[in-house]
Design a protein. Structure first.
Length: 95
């Protein structure tokens, strides 16, 4: 059995977020698609809402369960707009 840490993939910048969208579009393989994506709202170049909108355009395998937003953001109606996404499973506000 593999170590849990081996199953976790991180994308820590907006460039990586854009690359993740690009890679998810190409993958089409259940074994390479993450089950969950942890996402922040406030990122440069591509914010969390833009990421979610792009993600909604991708046909993901059934192994993908959804997005969990973990953010100190969520102001000016952002949270409500994020919650309208069918890919969003949970919004967790950081202290």
């Amino acid at each position: 059995m593999s170590d849990f840490a081996d199953l976790v993939t991180t994308a820590s910048s907006a460039k990586s977020g854009m690359e993740l969208i690009k890679n998810l579009t190409k993958l089409g393989q259940e074994s390479l698609t993450p089950a969950y994506i942890l996402l922040d709202i406030d990122m440069p170049l591509m914010d969390g809402l833009q990421f979610l909108k792009q993600l909604e355009k991708i046909d993901l395998p059934s192994t993908f369960k959804g997005v969990v937003v973990v953010s100190a953001g969520g102001h000016n109606g952002q949270k409500e707009e994020l919650l309208s996404s069918p890919k969003l499973k949970k919004f967790v506000k950081k202290p």
